[in-house]
Design a protein around this ligand. Structure first.
Ligand code: 5GP
Length: 210
């Protein structure tokens, strides 16, 4: 790698949003596996754990009282109601990654993204669209974890989530997870090279031309 690409830079808050079932979790998992310069911000939620999920890895599962306590203590960078449950980004999660020199991946909805943009205007917002609503429903059913009623609720909410697409910096269509991942990685790589984030450039250029 050329020396110039290793210059010091500010950590990046990289937001991925999509309606539930558009493949965002798969893309997030693939990205985290492929790029060790970015770490997931594990959110807190009051929703119950799904089969296969691990506490502390997928979410910090908390009850309503604990969520209230975290809100009152100012521990959240943002939080929102989603599907009648509460979800929030913990300041400590973001701090941990930034301090370890890594960028932060946030899998949050449009409400959280709007709040985060107020806190840090420099965030990068990526929205993932499903190729069609029929495919979205097929993917939700294939998960086999939610009842018909929950799926109907998620489909109704998907249209509302999608209506916020124009508030994002990048909008990708997830026809194919591998192709979508390539695009997500391209966005991340380009954003990492932005001059405004590369605090080491000033000294580097001074070294070049005095
Ligand atoms: P799920 O219950 O399927 O894991 O997530 C439901 C929705 O909540 C997803 O759209 C996800 O992006 C969103 N979500 C997860 N964590 C957070 C968070 O910390 N804040 C906000 N605002 N939304 C979140």
């Amino acid at each position: 790698m050329a020396q110039g690409s290793q210059l010091k830079r500010r950590g990046l808050l990289f937001v991925l949003s999509s309606p539930s079932g558009a493949g965002k979790s798969t893309i997030a998992r693939l990205l985290l596996g492929a790029d060790d310069g970015i770490a997931l911000s594990v959110s807190a939620t009051t929703r119950p754990m799904r089969p296969g999920e691990v506490a502390g890895r997928d979410y910090h599962f908390v009850d309503d009282q604990e969520f209230d306590r975290l809100v009152e203590a100012g521990e959240f960078l943002e939080w929102a109601h989603v599907f009648g449950r509460r979800y929030g980004t913990l300041r400590s999660e973001v701090r941990k990654s930034i301090e370890s020199g890594r960028d932060v991946l946030l899998d949050i909805d449009w409400q959280g993204t709007q709040q985060l943009k107020q806190v840090d205007p420099d965030i990068v917002r990526v929205f993932i669209l499903p190729p069609s609503m029929a495919e979205l429903e097929r993917r939700l059913r294939a998960r086999g974890t939610d009842s018909d009623e929950v799926i109907a609720g998620r489909m109704a909410r998907a249209a509302a989530e999608i209506s916020h697409w124009a508030e994002y910096d990048y909008v990708l269509i997830n026809d194919d997870a591998a192709a979508c991942l390539t695009n997500v990685q391209a966005v991340l790589d380009a954003e990492r090279l932005k001059a405004s984030r590369r605090t080491g450039l000033h000294d580097f250029v001074r070294g070049l031309i005095g």
